[in-house]
Design a protein around this ligand. Structure first.
Ligand code: FES
Length: 338
């Protein structure tokens, strides 16, 4: 049994299976609706039911207040139709967004690499190609762990069959501990994707500044490999933040790319280098490296930020003090998967 949901003002019509959420059905049918957390706590996916009946599901009372429920508002990530519906959504689709439909995939682990003491690179060969935009993420099912965990794709979109994830181990985190300690080459995994609105606005003019912290390097890595493979000639700057040399992973890859491409610039920054690191590069936080490099004049560029929330907040402040507007800054706040 399924219901027809009409989304206004676009007039898109989707089929929603009984028990399926509106958001899940929309993304799987290539119809974009705004969302962030995906589980009823942020309120980003709020829509108005104009006609029909629906179960609001597990919406948090903070994300969907009583008065809003009475007005017929629902959260698309939790709401399950109980009849055909007409909903009204605030849809503002970026012209550079491709909107590839979300699908379920199975894959086999083909490689596990210790990228740093705390980050593993995991390669998974999918049973069929996945089409995505550089910067997007997948939701991975980790055996024995309830729910799924989000990981950004580190491979460029041209590598459609074998995906690469960077997984930081979170102390006490069941999913990342399993991925670090139990996962073996040859294991089978289930995942869905692609998700997310973090992608390079290729139609924009000017250079692109990428700022990455920790395993947040994965999305910028995919974006940069994609742009370089396409022969894109805009200036590209990658600022990679880490504590020390051992945590500064994939450094050789980016140093090689910088040597091969005059328009790609790689600026690593260490905030706590060890004496044995013999570090000659920038010492300080990654946002400080940005301010130092551009001498507080970033205007004319676009910025793409991926990392833990404190790094993102500090980088936004630096970029805005360096003459970038909010509309020039795109980000993926990396709430590390536990
Ligand atoms: Fe966060 Fe729906 S996406 S509440």
């Amino acid at each position: 049994m399924s219901y027809e949901v009409t989304i206004e003002p676009t007039g898109d019509v989707i089929e929603v299976e009984e028990g399926q959420t509106i958001l899940d059905a929309a993304l799987r049918q290539g119809v974009w609706l705004p969302f962030a957390c995906g589980h009823g706590t942020c309120g980003t996916c709020k829509v108005q039911v104009v006609d029909g009946f629906a179960d609001v599901g597990e919406a948090s009372p903070f994300a969907l207040m009583d008065v809003e429920r009475e007005e017929g508002k629902v959260l698309a990530c939790c709401c399950k139709p109980e009849s055909d519906l007409v909903i009204e959504a605030d849809i503002d689709v970026d012209p550079d967004f491709a909107g590839h439909p979300v699908e379920d995939y199975q894959g086999t682990v083909t490689g596990i690499t210790a990228l740093s003491p705390t980050i593993r690179g995991i390669r998974i060969e999918l049973d069929r190609d996945m089409t995505f935009q550089a910067g997007q993420y997948i939701n991975l099912q980790v055996p024995g762990v309830t729910g799924s965990r989000a990981f950004s794709l580190a491979n460029p979109p041209a590598a459609r069959r074998e995906i690469e994830l960077h997984v930081r181990k979170v102390e006490g985190g069941a999913a990342t501990s399993w991925l670090h300690e139990e996962l073996k080459v040859g294991d089978r995994l289930s995942l869905s994707g692609p998700y997310g609105q973090f992608f390079v606005r290729k139609s924009d003019e000017g250079g692109a500044i990428f700022i990455a912290g920790g395993s947040g390097l994965s999305s910028p890595q995919s974006m940069i490999l994609d742009l370089l493979a396409e022969g894109d000639q805009r200036p590209l700057y990658l600022f990679q933040g880490a504590r020390n040399v051992a945590e500064l992973y994939n450094r050789e890859l980016f140093e090689r790319l910088a040597a091969e491409h005059d328009h790609f610039h790689y600026i690593p920054a260490l905030n706590a280098p060890l004496p044995e690191d013999d570090w000659q590069g920038f010492t300080g936080f990654v946002h400080e490296a940005v301010a130092d490099y551009f001498e507080q004049r970033c205007g004319g560029n676009k910025a793409y930020l991926c990392g833990p929330p404190p790094m993102i907040d500090a980088a936004i402040t630096t970029l805005m003090q360096s003459r970038l507007f909010e509309r020039d800054i795109h980000m993926e706040r990396f709430f590390t998967a536990a």
